[in-house]
Design a protein around this ligand. Structure first.
Ligand code: UDP
Length: 148
């Protein structure tokens, strides 16, 4: 029995997101979820959760040598996040378009980061950058039985 097999086979139509602590603190969860749903994404899994220091260090391990790593871990652990798996054709790319550039100053008008992000660090939302990472990140936060 391998519940995650389903995800591997469906690669290409799922992505993983987090509404980060700043978005939750500012009360933007409802508006952001509305924008995500209006763009055609279906929620496959979702929860309010808080990352531990080890969680954040593991999730962002690829950035561990970067100068912003310490601040990133502190930010991502300071309060609850909304973690979700989303489904749509071309999910990873379309979701990256919907959220906009990492730095809100560079993000296109109307994107989630343009609307809700304060800075390149506190940028409101995460979106996986590949099908492989979408699968890894979704499995990091959700058990197979939490995916619908
Ligand atoms: N980040 C930061 N400073 C930077 C670049 C990134 O604090 O100069 C943070 C920011 O929260 C970003 C996360 O680290 O979302 C991951 O960075 P990445 O380059 O993977 O950007 P993303 O894929 O989230 O757009």
């Amino acid at each position: 029995f391998a519940p995650n097999l389903k995800i591997i086979k469906m690669s290409g139509i799922r992505t993983f997101t987090m509404l980060k602590p700043d978005a939750v603190e500012k009360g933007h969860v409802g508006a952001i979820l509305e924008q995500i749903a209006s763009a055609g994404f279906r929620i496959v899994a979702m929860k309010l959760t808080q990352m531990t220091q080890t969680d954040a260090e593991t999730f962002y391990a690829v950035h561990k040598e970067r100068p912003f790593f310490g601040e990133l871990v502190e930010y991502m652990t300071r309060g609850p996040i909304v973690a979700a798996i989303l489904e749509k054709e071309n999910a990873v790319e379309d979701f990256r378009t919907l959220i906009g550039a990492t730095n809100p100053e560079d993000a296109a008008e109307g994107t989630i980061r343009k609307l809700y992000a304060a800075s390149i660090g506190e940028n409101a939302v995460h979106g996986s950058d590949s099908d492989e990472n979408a699968q890894i990140e979704g499995a990091f936060h959700f058990a197979g039985r939490e995916m619908f």
